[in-house]
Design a protein around this ligand. Structure first.
Ligand SMILES: NC(=O)C1=CN([C@@H]2O[C@H](COP(=O)(O)OP(=O)(O)OC[C@H]3O[C@@H](n4cnc5c(N)ncnc54)[C@H](OP(=O)(O)O)[C@@H]3O)[C@@H](O)[C@H]2O)C=CC1
Ligand SMILES: O=C(O)C1=N[C@H](C(=O)O)C[C@H](O)C1
Length: 251
């Protein structure tokens, strides 16, 4: 999706493409899967892959992203990070690296999801009393982290709007005799199955009514297009840690 988006954009150039050393794709043209040639061979050596790059777009795993950022800092390459599932300590490492290079990090690059974060801020403030808040997300069977980064960000946005600390009020699982629901909690439910691209619903359940704010991704192309917007934004920055609110002017 990312390679296709870059190939279709008239203001972006594919400078490199990376895969693991053992991958069958190594050495083949990065656009071969599109039936065209990009002139870029898929490499496993990050320094080779980044030699002509201004920005690395990284959707991998936390440990991979962190290793890549160390090389980005060394080479002065900026980064768009889509990877989710970072620990607090890993986020602190990213913030430290962002003192030297500009980084956009966001758990969801889609415009719609970032606008949904804003809607949730407003809804949480307006429904701060008498409404139980539950966040339900569904993703494909291959996803390895739960809850999704987007669901966690939704929880943070809502907790901030309510003056709560998500770490203290999040409930991630229920089983057995759980007791009555504590109204100060924010609940999370994760569904995994098939090829679901990414659905997120926040339920505000009151007495006599329910409000549901839902975003559904039908294609991963929204993430790729958002990543390119983030890369363009980085062209105007020297250093610092940004997110899609900065890129989209939503802050
Ligand atoms: N911010 C956003 O908008 C979005 C974020 N994501 C996030 O992006 C991440 C990747 O998701 P997705 O694309 O579905 O996952 P995939 O498994 O399809 O892709 C991840 C890629 O990273 C590679 N990889 C895994 N570990 C490492 C490592 N340590 N070093 C280098 N490369 C590595 C994998 O290789 P191999 O297959 O060989 O393991 C694979 O090619 C997830 O955290 C997901 O939540 C996903 C979509 C949108
Ligand atoms: O793994 C995915 O697929 C996705 N991951 C991101 C997340 O964890 O929120 C974004 C999107 O939901 C797809």
């Amino acid at each position: 999706m990312l390679i296709e988006a870059v190939q279709q954009a008239d203001d972006c150039v594919l400078a490199g493409a990376l895969d693991r050393a053992e991958a069958d794709s190594i050495g083949s043209d990065a656009a071969a899967f599109l039936g065209t040639a990009s002139g870029v061979r898929i490499a496993s050596d990050l320094r080779v892959g980044l030699q002509n790059a201004q920005v690395l777009i990284d959707f991998t795993r936390p440990e991979g992203t962190l290793a890549h950022l160390v090389v980005c800092r060394e080479l002065g390459v900026q980064a768009v990070i889509g990877t989710t599932g970072f620990t607090d300590a890993q986020k602190a490492q990213i913030a430290e690296i962002a003192r030297d290079i500009a980084i956009v990090m966001a758990p969801n690059m889609s415009v719609g999801v970032n606008v949904t974060f804003k809607l949730l801020e407003m809804a949480a403030q307006a429904l701060s009393n008498g409404y139980d808040i539950e966040i339900i997300e569904a993703h494909h069977r291959h996803k390895i982290d739960a809850p999704s980064g987007t669901a966690l960000k939704m929880g943070e946005v809502i907790a901030d709007a309510l003056g709560r600390d998500l770490k203290a009020c999040a409930v991630y699982s229920r089983e057995g005799i759980t007791g009555e629901r504590d109204p100060s909690t924010i609940g999370f439910s994760s569904i995994r199955g098939g090829d679901i691209v990414g659905d997120h619903t926040v339920l505000f359940a009151g007495t006599g009514e329910r409000i549901e704010i839902t975003h559904k991704s039908a294609s991963r192309t929204t993430y790729a297009q958002g990543s390119l917007r983030a890369a363009r934004f980085l062209g105007t920055q020297r250093a610092g840690l940004f997110d899609m609110f900065d890129v989209l002017g939503l802050r």
